[in-house]
Design a protein around this ligand. Structure first.
Ligand code: ADP
Length: 843
């Protein structure tokens, strides 16, 4: 079919590879290009050229997935359309791209590739005549061609029939009518195929139909299908009034290149996607106000050219609106008895918390519109706060979504950005709803104590609005700009400490303390939950890996020092990974002393025998996998010199033991303080020194040369080692006194004693907070005796029975009693002092 005469296209054409559509001769289509090759073609050829010839390019439909459009040139489709670029528009938003308006001229086939870079240049052979588009339709057309003539007549008649079914008042339909009569018949298949609704695949069939006869046949079947489709629609319209709108919009949808009839539903991708969107909007079941906004935006969208950046913005907005779960929810399936079983199965210990959660759920069950307080779990990391939240969602059969608030300091993080702002998005609440896709999920507001504040407004205020039952049924995200009802969402918050939760927020919450675990509890948690979970996550079974209890104990005491179980879980995970590798490799973990203890696992076993199941992790395997113990140093080893005492501190991460060290040197009575400590602790240090100086005589305290004033000719250095967390608070008072008393008397403090308590200038001991966490930390560190203020006696009831039984508690009302309990055999000068054993070591 190659034409040998008439107007010719250049025999060398730069080729544009198009993903998004097929250009047929005689029609004009807009293409957006952004791949490197196509961009080069536009910038180096179209934008630089000055002649008409330089605006002619070849378009090759790229049938491959655009994702794979990498460096290599994909195999080219054999037939393309030469086209003339009538308009080029460049834009940098949302990424650099050009939009080209191209009118198709004629088919060509690729006979050879000349170059692939920077854009594709090919030798081409023209397949259609060009004159047919430029000369008016001859009278009587080509009917004398026998069969072809019949075909073309039939095609024309069918097109007329289709027109008869359309609304002539729509301009594109009128244009269709005009073209039908003015164009030569042989151009009709191309023009009609690009005007009626056809998929890319169908257009490709028309493009590939090089012989006119094939082309008529292919396009004719598409025409008849359109007619059948319209007939069907009109029939159903009569039956159901609902469809009336649809058919009308089908008609109004009109006939113009790229956007045609909305007849066959499955062909959505190529069709009029605003009408798809419209359908979705109606199907989203949104409240009246939201629907009105959507329809208004849709109307604007329809009027906008697609290349306008705002068109993408509006489309994103509408996509979000139709995706939001306006009326989608899950049905609560609450059965308190099974809820209790589930909570118990998921979590060991934490009885108080589980009880309160069940009460909360029971009340909810009785009173569906619960406007009660928001539960807030407060405790150190890794004690299971998040995981209880997840269980609550499971017991209710609700969706679960965690919103991390740590470091959020901009209120638009919660409430979204207004849409006038480029790059604006909805806030985390609306995003979360989109993710869970139901309007009654459990939202876990994680780390409410770490909300920040900045010039961009206070996120706590926005959060307050979210949580307030009086307001949250019409929560308005700035991006959405219409109200969304949050009243069905169940909010739960978590925090490490209540101290930094904004007071207004705290006021709305019911705080449930989740304290840290004892060693025994951790062992239980590990064996009931963590090991099983980790095995599962690493694709292992209990038949492959066994961790005995004493190994778990060793992990807890020698590799972790935490209130929760998070690093314990991580260490177990590390063991699982190591074993998984062994299992996969068919190697064998060094199991007995026979292996080389200090070498890596393989050294003991070069034979690569299949592993003996289950692989048991003993202490040797443990050191092999986790390395040398991180916390081997025994507390007692620190007490080899006078001037060391063990205090107990409370941090948001749980209780911690805290050494206080002091030393003295010749000087002018200066006090130096180092370590991570705050102002209150510095004051405590001064108080302690004043009290000791005032009572130096009673307690036989001396300076370096044995003088009666401990500070005379002496500089003192007080240090609070270790711990990245700044410790502050008055509770170190007794520890500082004990430490300095040890220094000034050259006596050693008992190595198994830890203490806490605030002091006064007159030597009284005042109560402090966080007793439970502090005692648990002392217990973890292997302390035997804990000295605490007398007025904290009542707090001891909160402790687990075994901890109470194992520890010796001394409650002190004044410093005299503290010193007496802290030193072996009491302290000289104190009421109960016995003759103390003299210290042999010297400074
Ligand atoms: P948090 O939110 O308090 O920081 P997580 O809920 O993330 O802690 O808990 C960390 C891990 O420890 C989770 O895998 C959790 O299942 C587990 N865990 C914590 N406490 C318990 C418990 N009492 N029983 C069972 N597993 C627990």
């Amino acid at each position: 079919m190659a034409s040998s005469d008439g107007i010719r296209i250049p025999s060398r054409l730069p080729l544009l590879l198009t993903h998004e559509g097929v250009l047929l001769p005689g029609s004009t289509v807009r293409f957006s290009v952004d791949s490197p090759r196509n961009m080069h073609l536009v910038s180096q050829r179209l934008l630089r050229g000055t002649s008409l010839k330089s605006t002619i390019i070849g378009l090759i439909p790229n049938t491959r997935d655009p994702e794979h459009d990498t460096d290599d040139l994909p195999p080219l489709h054999k037939i393309g359309t030469a086209g003339i670029a009538v308009q080029v528009v460049g834009s940098n938003w949302p990424k650099p791209h050009f939009t080209l308006l191209i009118t198709g001229l004629c088919r060509f086939s690729v006979s050879g590739l000349l170059k692939e870079r920077p854009f594709v240049l090919a030798e081409v052979e023209q397949l259609d005549k060009l004159e047919q588009y430029t000369t008016p339709a001859p009278q009587g057309v080509t009917t004398d061609d026998g069969e072809l003539g019949e075909l073309s007549e039939k095609f024309y008649q069918t097109a007329v029939q289709l027109l008869g079914m359309l609304d002539m008042s729509v301009p594109v339909v009128a244009k269709f009518r005009r073209l039908l009569d003015s164009l030569p018949r042989e151009t009709l298949p191309d023009v009609v195929a690009s005007m009626i609704r056809t998929s890319n695949k169908e257009k490709l069939q028309v493009l590939d139909a090089v012989s006119l006869e094939d082309r008529f046949k292919t396009a004719l079947s598409m025409l008849t299908r359109q007619i059948d489709g319209l007939n069907l629609l009109q029939k159903t319209r009569k039956k159901s009034p609902d469809n009336e709108k649809r058919v009308l919009s089908v008609r109004k949808g009109g006939v113009f290149p790229g956007r045609q009839f909305n007849v066959d539903e499955e062909d959505e991708d190529d069709g009029d996607d605003t009408s798809v969107l419209e359908r979705k909007i109606h199907a989203a079941n949104m409240p009246e106000a939201a629907l009105r906004v959507c329809l208004k935006e849709l109307k604007r969208l329809k009027k906008m050219p697609q290349s306008m950046p705002e068109s993408a913005l509006t489309r994103n907005y509408l996509d979000l609106m139709v995706e939001l779960p306006w009326s989608k929810n899950t049905k609560d399936c609450l059965d308190i008895r099974s809820a209790r079983t589930l909570l118990d199965n998921d979590h060991y210990a934490m009885e108080k918390l589980k009880r309160r959660v069940l009460e909360y759920l029971a009340v909810r069950q009785l009173k569906t519109s619960l406007k009660g307080p928001i539960l807030c779990f407060v405790g150190p990391p890794g004690v299971g706060k998040t995981s209880v939240g997840r269980s609550i969602a499971r017991t209710l059969g609700r969706g679960f979504h965690r919103i991390a608030l740590g470091g959020v300091c901009d209120q638009s993080d919660i409430r979204g950005h207004r849409r006038t702002y480029v790059g604006s998005m909805p806030g985390r609440i609306i995003n979360g709803l989109k993710t869970v896709a139901v309007n009654n999920p459990v939202f876990l507001l994680d780390e409410v104590d770490k909300l920040g504040k900045s010039l961009q407004g206070d996120p706590a205020a926005a959060l307050l609005e979210v949580l307030d039952p009086e307001q949250n049924h019409s929560f308005t995200d700035h991006y959405l700009n219409v109200a969304f009802d949050l009243s069905q969402v169940l909010f739960i918050a978590t925090a490490n400490t209540t101290a930094t939760i904004p007071p207004a927020l705290l006021d709305r919450m019911e705080v449930l303390q989740v304290p840290g675990y004892t060693q025994e509890e951790k062992v239980e948690i590990a064996h009931r939950h963590l090991i099983r979970n980790q095995l599962e996550q690493h694709g292992l079974t209990p038949q492959q890996l066994h961790i005995p209890q004493d190994t778990t104990q060793a992990i807890i005491s020698r590799y972790t020092r935490e209130a929760g179980v998070r690093s314990l879980e991580r260490k177990i995970g590390a063991i699982c990974r190591a074993v998984a590798v062994k299992v996969a490799e068919g190697h064998r973990v060094a199991k007995t002393e026979a292996s080389v203890p200090e070498g890596p696992l393989e050294q003991g076993d070069k034979a690569a025998a299949p592993p003996e199941m289950p692989i048991v992790i003993d202490h040797i395997a443990l050191t092999d996998i986790l390395g040398p113990p991180l916390f081997e140093m025994e507390v007692s080893e620190r007490f080899i010199l006078p001037g060391v005492a063990l205090g107990l501190a409370w941090t948001p991460l749980g209780g911690e033991i805290m050494f206080v060290e002091a030393s003295r040197m010749e000087g002018e009575g200066q006090l130096t303080l180092t370590g991570q400590l705050g102002d209150v602790m510095k004051e405590s240090a001064h108080l302690a020194i004043s009290w000791l100086r005032a009572n130096a005589k009673t307690y036989q305290l001396t300076n370096m040369v044995g003088g009666p004033d401990p500070l005379e000719g002496t500089d003192i250095h007080l240090h609070f080692p270790a711990g990245a967390v700044t410790k502050d608070g008055p509770s170190a008072g007794v520890t500082i006194v004990t430490c300095l008393a040890s220094l000034f008397s050259s006596r050693l403090v008992r190595s198994d004693v830890a203490m806490t308590g605030e002091i006064t200038l007159r030597g009284l001991v005042l109560p402090v907070g966080g007793i439970k966490d502090k005692v648990l930390a002392a217990y973890r560190a292997g302390v035997k005796r804990v000295i605490l203020p007398q007025r904290n006696q009542k707090d001891l009831e909160e402790l687990p029975a075994n901890v109470r039984a194992d520890l010796d508690f001394v409650t002190a009302a004044n410093l005299d009693e503290v010193l007496n309990a802290a030193f072996d055999g009491g302290f000289p000068g104190t009421d109960q002092a016995h003759t103390p054993p003299q210290l042999s070591s010297k400074l």
